[in-house]
Design a binder for this molecule. Structure first.
Ligand code: ATP
Length: 250
Protein backbone atom coordinates (compact mmCIF):
# COMPACT_ATOMS: atom_id res chain seq x y z
CA UNK A 1 0.00 0.00 0.00
CA UNK A 2 1.55 3.35 -1.06
CA UNK A 3 0.02 6.73 -0.28
CA UNK A 4 -0.04 9.53 -2.82
CA UNK A 5 2.48 11.72 -0.96
CA UNK A 6 5.21 9.18 -1.62
CA UNK A 7 5.32 9.80 -5.36
CA UNK A 8 5.82 13.59 -5.39
CA UNK A 9 9.09 14.78 -6.86
CA UNK A 10 10.93 17.98 -5.92
CA UNK A 11 10.96 20.94 -8.28
CA UNK A 12 14.31 19.78 -9.68
CA UNK A 13 12.74 16.47 -10.80
CA UNK A 14 14.59 14.10 -8.48
CA UNK A 15 13.00 13.32 -5.13
CA UNK A 16 14.65 14.91 -2.09
CA UNK A 17 15.36 11.48 -0.58
CA UNK A 18 14.85 8.23 -2.43
CA UNK A 19 15.61 4.86 -0.90
CA UNK A 20 15.69 2.16 -3.52
CA UNK A 21 15.48 -1.56 -2.76
CA UNK A 22 17.77 -1.12 0.24
CA UNK A 23 19.09 -4.26 1.91
CA UNK A 24 21.27 -4.71 5.00
CA UNK A 25 22.16 -8.19 6.16
CA UNK A 26 24.00 -9.13 9.34
CA UNK A 27 25.08 -12.70 8.68
CA UNK A 28 21.84 -14.58 8.21
CA UNK A 29 19.64 -11.72 9.50
CA UNK A 30 18.21 -9.38 6.88
CA UNK A 31 17.65 -6.33 9.10
CA UNK A 32 16.53 -4.16 6.16
CA UNK A 33 14.96 -6.11 3.36
CA UNK A 34 14.36 -4.32 0.05
CA UNK A 35 13.04 -1.07 1.51
CA UNK A 36 11.74 1.59 -0.89
CA UNK A 37 10.86 5.02 0.45
CA UNK A 38 10.53 8.53 -0.99
CA UNK A 39 10.54 11.74 1.03
CA UNK A 40 9.88 15.17 -0.44
CA UNK A 41 11.66 18.38 0.54
CA UNK A 42 10.30 19.52 3.89
CA UNK A 43 8.13 16.42 4.33
CA UNK A 44 7.82 14.34 7.48
CA UNK A 45 7.22 10.61 7.83
CA UNK A 46 7.05 8.34 10.86
CA UNK A 47 8.60 4.90 10.79
CA UNK A 48 6.93 2.52 13.20
CA UNK A 49 7.25 -1.20 13.83
CA UNK A 50 7.95 -3.76 16.54
CA UNK A 51 11.33 -4.12 18.24
CA UNK A 52 13.97 -5.54 15.94
CA UNK A 53 12.10 -4.78 12.69
CA UNK A 54 15.00 -2.73 11.27
CA UNK A 55 14.15 0.93 12.03
CA UNK A 56 17.48 1.77 13.65
CA UNK A 57 19.40 -0.06 10.95
CA UNK A 58 17.54 2.00 8.33
CA UNK A 59 18.69 5.20 10.09
CA UNK A 60 22.23 3.83 10.32
CA UNK A 61 22.22 3.28 6.56
CA UNK A 62 20.84 6.75 5.74
CA UNK A 63 23.45 8.50 7.91
CA UNK A 64 26.28 6.41 6.41
CA UNK A 65 27.06 4.77 9.75
CA UNK A 66 26.58 1.40 8.06
CA UNK A 67 27.10 0.47 4.40
CA UNK A 68 24.13 -1.26 2.73
CA UNK A 69 24.48 -4.80 1.42
CA UNK A 70 22.68 -3.68 -1.75
CA UNK A 71 20.31 -1.02 -3.01
CA UNK A 72 20.72 2.74 -3.17
CA UNK A 73 20.06 5.90 -1.14
CA UNK A 74 19.69 8.96 -3.32
CA UNK A 75 19.71 12.37 -1.64
CA UNK A 76 19.03 15.53 -3.61
CA UNK A 77 19.57 13.64 -6.85
CA UNK A 78 22.80 11.82 -5.97
CA UNK A 79 23.68 8.47 -4.44
CA UNK A 80 25.16 8.88 -0.95
CA UNK A 81 26.11 5.21 -0.59
CA UNK A 82 29.81 5.08 0.25
CA UNK A 83 29.92 8.78 1.19
CA UNK A 84 31.67 9.21 4.56
CA UNK A 85 29.53 9.79 7.64
CA UNK A 86 30.86 13.33 8.24
CA UNK A 87 30.24 14.30 4.62
CA UNK A 88 26.64 13.10 4.80
CA UNK A 89 26.17 15.16 7.97
CA UNK A 90 27.82 18.16 6.31
CA UNK A 91 25.41 17.76 3.41
CA UNK A 92 22.52 18.20 5.84
CA UNK A 93 21.40 14.77 7.10
CA UNK A 94 21.56 15.02 10.88
CA UNK A 95 20.44 12.48 13.42
CA UNK A 96 19.12 13.07 16.89
CA UNK A 97 19.51 10.08 19.15
CA UNK A 98 17.00 8.85 21.73
CA UNK A 99 19.22 9.81 24.67
CA UNK A 100 20.00 13.53 24.58
CA UNK A 101 23.71 14.29 24.37
CA UNK A 102 24.13 17.86 25.56
CA UNK A 103 27.21 19.27 27.32
CA UNK A 104 25.97 19.33 30.95
CA UNK A 105 28.68 21.70 32.26
CA UNK A 106 27.98 24.34 29.62
CA UNK A 107 25.11 26.82 29.59
CA UNK A 108 22.14 26.21 27.36
CA UNK A 109 23.14 29.01 24.97
CA UNK A 110 26.78 27.85 24.84
CA UNK A 111 25.58 24.36 23.90
CA UNK A 112 23.84 25.86 20.88
CA UNK A 113 26.84 28.02 19.99
CA UNK A 114 29.11 24.95 20.14
CA UNK A 115 26.82 22.97 17.84
CA UNK A 116 26.40 25.90 15.45
CA UNK A 117 30.14 25.77 14.71
CA UNK A 118 29.38 22.98 12.24
CA UNK A 119 26.70 24.63 10.11
CA UNK A 120 28.60 24.20 6.83
CA UNK A 121 27.88 27.64 5.45
CA UNK A 122 24.11 27.28 5.20
CA UNK A 123 22.00 30.06 6.65
CA UNK A 124 20.16 29.24 9.83
CA UNK A 125 18.19 30.83 12.66
CA UNK A 126 20.35 32.58 15.29
CA UNK A 127 20.98 30.87 18.66
CA UNK A 128 18.51 33.33 20.24
CA UNK A 129 15.83 32.45 17.66
CA UNK A 130 16.45 28.73 18.16
CA UNK A 131 16.20 29.08 21.94
CA UNK A 132 12.95 30.94 21.49
CA UNK A 133 11.64 28.27 19.10
CA UNK A 134 12.25 25.48 21.63
CA UNK A 135 11.00 27.54 24.58
CA UNK A 136 14.34 27.68 26.43
CA UNK A 137 15.04 31.42 26.37
CA UNK A 138 14.36 31.66 30.10
CA UNK A 139 16.90 28.85 30.71
CA UNK A 140 19.61 30.20 28.44
CA UNK A 141 22.13 30.89 31.22
CA UNK A 142 21.42 27.65 33.12
CA UNK A 143 23.84 24.74 32.97
CA UNK A 144 22.41 22.21 30.52
CA UNK A 145 22.88 19.47 33.11
CA UNK A 146 20.20 21.08 35.30
CA UNK A 147 17.48 20.85 32.65
CA UNK A 148 14.65 18.30 32.84
CA UNK A 149 14.73 15.33 30.44
CA UNK A 150 12.24 17.02 28.11
CA UNK A 151 14.16 20.30 28.14
CA UNK A 152 17.40 18.46 27.31
CA UNK A 153 15.65 16.86 24.34
CA UNK A 154 14.46 20.29 23.14
CA UNK A 155 17.93 21.75 23.62
CA UNK A 156 19.41 18.96 21.54
CA UNK A 157 16.78 19.60 18.89
CA UNK A 158 17.87 23.25 18.82
CA UNK A 159 21.51 22.09 18.58
CA UNK A 160 20.63 19.86 15.64
CA UNK A 161 18.80 22.74 13.96
CA UNK A 162 21.74 25.07 14.52
CA UNK A 163 23.74 22.94 12.05
CA UNK A 164 21.27 23.91 9.30
CA UNK A 165 20.07 20.40 8.48
CA UNK A 166 17.95 19.62 5.45
CA UNK A 167 16.80 16.28 6.87
CA UNK A 168 16.59 15.35 10.54
CA UNK A 169 16.32 11.76 11.72
CA UNK A 170 14.59 11.66 15.09
CA UNK A 171 14.98 8.43 17.04
CA UNK A 172 12.09 8.15 19.52
CA UNK A 173 11.88 11.87 20.35
CA UNK A 174 9.12 11.24 22.92
CA UNK A 175 10.92 8.47 24.84
CA UNK A 176 10.94 9.04 28.59
CA UNK A 177 8.84 12.21 28.38
CA UNK A 178 5.85 13.12 30.51
CA UNK A 179 2.51 13.58 28.78
CA UNK A 180 2.89 17.36 28.96
CA UNK A 181 6.39 17.19 27.49
CA UNK A 182 5.11 14.99 24.65
CA UNK A 183 2.39 17.49 23.83
CA UNK A 184 4.96 20.27 23.81
CA UNK A 185 7.29 18.21 21.62
CA UNK A 186 4.55 17.67 19.03
CA UNK A 187 3.89 21.43 18.99
CA UNK A 188 7.61 22.05 18.67
CA UNK A 189 8.10 19.65 15.76
CA UNK A 190 5.17 21.26 13.91
CA UNK A 191 6.62 24.72 14.54
CA UNK A 192 10.11 23.68 13.41
CA UNK A 193 8.70 22.37 10.16
CA UNK A 194 6.69 25.55 9.59
CA UNK A 195 9.68 27.78 10.34
CA UNK A 196 12.55 25.88 8.72
CA UNK A 197 11.14 23.59 5.99
CA UNK A 198 13.43 20.84 7.28
CA UNK A 199 12.37 17.31 6.29
CA UNK A 200 12.07 14.69 9.04
CA UNK A 201 11.99 10.94 9.48
CA UNK A 202 10.76 9.98 12.93
CA UNK A 203 11.09 6.58 14.61
CA UNK A 204 8.53 6.35 17.39
CA UNK A 205 6.75 3.68 19.42
CA UNK A 206 4.22 5.94 21.14
CA UNK A 207 1.17 5.74 18.89
CA UNK A 208 -0.62 8.71 20.47
CA UNK A 209 2.47 10.78 19.68
CA UNK A 210 2.57 9.41 16.12
CA UNK A 211 -1.11 10.25 15.64
CA UNK A 212 -0.53 13.80 16.90
CA UNK A 213 2.34 14.32 14.47
CA UNK A 214 -0.30 13.85 11.77
CA UNK A 215 2.02 12.79 8.94
CA UNK A 216 2.38 9.76 6.63
CA UNK A 217 3.55 6.58 8.33
CA UNK A 218 5.57 3.61 7.09
CA UNK A 219 5.21 0.38 9.04
CA UNK A 220 8.22 -1.96 9.14
CA UNK A 221 8.13 -5.62 10.00
CA UNK A 222 11.01 -8.06 9.65
CA UNK A 223 13.01 -5.51 7.67
CA UNK A 224 10.27 -4.71 5.17
CA UNK A 225 7.85 -1.83 4.80
CA UNK A 226 4.52 -3.65 4.95
CA UNK A 227 2.13 -0.68 5.02
CA UNK A 228 2.20 3.06 4.36
CA UNK A 229 -0.37 5.79 4.71
CA UNK A 230 -1.88 8.18 7.19
CA UNK A 231 -2.55 7.14 10.78
CA UNK A 232 -6.15 6.00 10.17
CA UNK A 233 -5.19 3.98 7.09
CA UNK A 234 -2.32 2.27 8.87
CA UNK A 235 -4.43 1.65 11.97
CA UNK A 236 -7.06 -0.18 9.94
CA UNK A 237 -4.55 -2.45 8.19
CA UNK A 238 -5.27 -5.97 9.53
CA UNK A 239 -1.63 -7.01 9.39
CA UNK A 240 -0.60 -3.92 11.35
CA UNK A 241 -3.37 -4.38 13.90
CA UNK A 242 -2.42 -7.95 14.54
CA UNK A 243 1.34 -7.59 14.54
CA UNK A 244 1.89 -4.16 16.01
CA UNK A 245 -0.92 -1.83 16.97
CA UNK A 246 -2.93 -4.64 18.53
CA UNK A 247 0.01 -5.60 20.66
CA UNK A 248 0.61 -2.00 21.71
CA UNK A 249 -2.92 -0.72 22.20
CA UNK A 250 -4.61 -3.93 23.26
N1 ATP B 1 25.32 -4.64 14.27
C1 ATP B 1 24.48 -5.68 14.22
N2 ATP B 1 24.93 -6.92 14.12
C2 ATP B 1 24.10 -7.98 14.05
N3 ATP B 1 22.75 -7.87 14.03
C3 ATP B 1 22.23 -6.65 14.12
C4 ATP B 1 23.06 -5.48 14.22
N4 ATP B 1 22.25 -4.38 14.29
C5 ATP B 1 20.98 -4.84 14.24
N5 ATP B 1 20.97 -6.20 14.13
C6 ATP B 1 19.78 -7.04 14.02
O1 ATP B 1 19.00 -6.50 12.96
C7 ATP B 1 17.62 -6.55 13.28
C8 ATP B 1 17.02 -5.17 13.24
O2 ATP B 1 17.54 -4.42 14.35
P1 ATP B 1 17.22 -2.86 14.55
O3 ATP B 1 17.98 -2.41 15.75
O4 ATP B 1 17.46 -2.14 13.28
O5 ATP B 1 15.64 -2.88 14.86
P2 ATP B 1 14.71 -1.75 15.47
O6 ATP B 1 13.44 -1.81 14.73
O7 ATP B 1 15.44 -0.45 15.50
O8 ATP B 1 14.48 -2.24 16.98
P3 ATP B 1 14.15 -1.38 18.30
O9 ATP B 1 12.78 -0.81 18.11
O10 ATP B 1 14.22 -2.38 19.39
O11 ATP B 1 15.21 -0.32 18.41
C9 ATP B 1 17.51 -7.24 14.66
O12 ATP B 1 17.30 -8.62 14.43
C10 ATP B 1 18.88 -6.98 15.26
O13 ATP B 1 19.22 -7.99 16.19
Amino acid sequence: MQDAAEGNATSGGAPFLEIISLVKSFGGVRAVDHVDLVLDTGAMRCIIGPNGCGKTTLFNLITGYLPPSSGDIRYRGQSIVGRPLHKIAADGIVRKFQVPSVFPEMTVEDNIRAAAGVRHGRSVASPAELLDMVGLTKNRRHMAGTLSHGEKQWLELAMVLSTAPRLILLDEPAAGMTRTEKTETVRLIHEIRRETNVAALVIEHDMAFVAALDCPISVMMLGRIVASGDYDTVRRDPLVREAYLGAVNG
